[in-house]
Design a protein around this ligand. Structure first.
Ligand SMILES: [Zn+2]
Ligand SMILES: [Zn+2]
Length: 255
């Protein structure tokens, strides 16, 4: 049974119960729902509490919402990440493609939340888009003190190598199934089997052959199929590997 390490259950039309039932029927046992901004944190946390130990959550301020960063937001996150349902600080990072928040505010929120991860000894889930250099430089400042995964990886091979060398794992979404994603599939070949994850990032980025539909955690099976093909292994082996990686990186998950 697979785990979808990154989904946004608060953005789906179906209820978490329906999403989970559909996922289980497709062979997806566990889901991590992701915090992105203060107003949604309570819902995300409640979902994880209600469906523990099948659904877990992360808490964090997404780079799009960097402008909402306040010390009190950080205090709330730091207080709640220690709960058993919360497996990481996230998603945090930099997004210079949309630039929905000013770059300076994105960087500040990113650094402050890496500090929370360090103080609480929690892993992180990182979002990075068109921000390779700054992502690397900020993570370098925390090198060896914070671990985590780079979610929905779409950046350069160079950034993948840099993140791997700093100890981060890498997660692939439905993008890896897209016809025009040849260079991402090349990057996928480089990621060792003991450092790799799969996710949906639901409701975004539904994988082939569901492309164009609303994504849902059940579809992580399609991502796993393509990643297994790229790695030249069976889906069963990929499932074992990614579960083992999740076990290592997110020790709060109950199996
Ligand atoms: Zn993201
Ligand atoms: Zn996300």
């Amino acid at each position: 049974m697979l785990i979808d390490v990154h989904a946004h259950l608060d953005m789906l039309e179906e209820s978490p119960a329906e999403v989970l039932a559909r996922a289980k029927a497709a062979g997806v046992q566990k889901i991590v729902t992701i915090g992105t901004e203060p107003k949604d944190h309570e819902f995300v946390l409640q979902t994880a509490r209600q469906f523990y130990p099948d659904i877990y959550c992360t808490l964090g301020v997404h780079p799009h919402q960097g402008m909402l960063w306040q010390p009190e937001v950080g205090e709330w996150i730091e207080k709640h990440v220690v709960e058993k349902e919360v497996i990481a600080v996230g998603e945090i990072g930099l997004d210079y493609y949309y630039n929905q928040s000013p770059v300076e505010e994105q960087r500040l929120a990113f650094r402050k939340q890496l500090e929370i991860a360090e103080r609480t000894q929690m892993p992180v889930q990182i979002h990075t888009r068109e921000a390779d250099q700054d992502t690397y430089e900020i993570l370098k400042d925390f090198d060896g003190r914070v671990k985590g995964l780079i979610h929905c990886f779409t950046s350069s091979q160079k950034l993948a190598e840099q993140c791997l060398s700093m100890g981060y794992n890498i997660s692939f979404s439905g993008i890896v199934t897209f016809k025009n994603a040849e260079s991402l599939r090349e990057t996928c070949k480089l990621v060792p089997l003991d450092r790799i994850h799969v996710e949906t990032d639901s409701p975004f980025l539904a994988p082939v052959p569901q492309r164009g539909k609303k994504n849902t955690p059940a579809y992580v099976v399609h991502v796993a199929q393509v990643v297994a093909n790229i790695k030249g292994i069976s889906v069963e082996e990929l499932t074992q590997r990614t579960n083992e990686n999740a076990r290592q990186l997110f020790p709060k998950i109950q199996w």
